[in-house]
Design a protein around this ligand. Sequence first.
Ligand code: DON
Length: 325
Amino acid sequence: LISRAFKHQLIIPEFQEFTDHIEDIYWKCKDNTNGTVASYIPQLKRMSPNYWGVSICTCDGQRYSIGDTAIPFTIQSCSKPLTYGLALDLLGDKVVHKFVGQEPSGRNFNELILDYNKKPHNPMINAGAILICALLKTTVAPEMTLAEKFDFTMNYFERLAGREDIGFNNAVFLSEREAADRNYALGFYMREHKCFPDNSNFKECMDFYFQCCSLESNCDLVSVIGATLANGGICPLTEEKVLKPESVRDVLSLMHSCGMYDYSGQFAFKVGLPAKSGVSGCLLVVIPNVMGICLWSPPLDHLGNSCRGVQFCEELVSRFNFHRF
Ligand code: DON
């Protein structure tokens, strides 16, 4: 980073000027009191609606954070593009897409539907993510126990985040599992239609999905994960190659078309950036070849996206030419 700075080769040379804008947008969005905090489990319901954090990490490692960026939250559905990336890297897209499609579902993220081929529509909705977890659990190194598989996956998340510790919230995991009637229904429905890979242990696959949702991090670190995706799979802080560029391309393509629940089409139109939101109020945004952004604020709109997070993105592209088109 320092040598790039001396050579005047920074991706964002006027970083201070840029972050002044980010700060300005941050305060503007802070006034937005729309939305409600998820209440299906007590651990999420207890989250203050006032939390609001924004973190940025560029592809050459410049960083900026403002607000509640060190407070831990469970990454929930923001784990979906990441487990999908791991499955692509280890199994290849041909194998992965035998089990899950690439089409937006046009329905709620947990709706009880499959596509015309009796596969989940895509890996960004619950059914697809459950199947990705089944592939990681059953098809990749099947001899590994659930505990070993969890360690392996956690280690992968840490490498994406620049070898920083990622946490696990056991209370959220236990609550998710208790409140999972719909996810079990999705699982049974997929089992009825023989969607799972052979030899899958249904209970272990479901547990693995709940565990991935219950991984815990903060805005600061999730922005580094975004930067690793923005940088073609190489973490800008450690320079470690965590994912193959072709896996990252597939992940970003589906984040672009399917990452924002049933707002994905409008988000792709208005903001034009790959993003994934989670029920804890996190929003992972990737500006390819430029930066990763993490936005976190628990109040959600009626589709499940963070109100402040979406407002931030719309404001960002109105000031900067980041829309892909
Ligand atoms: O699986 C669930 O229902 C929760 N853990 C919600 C995950 C989430 O963020 C919503 N996602 N698509």
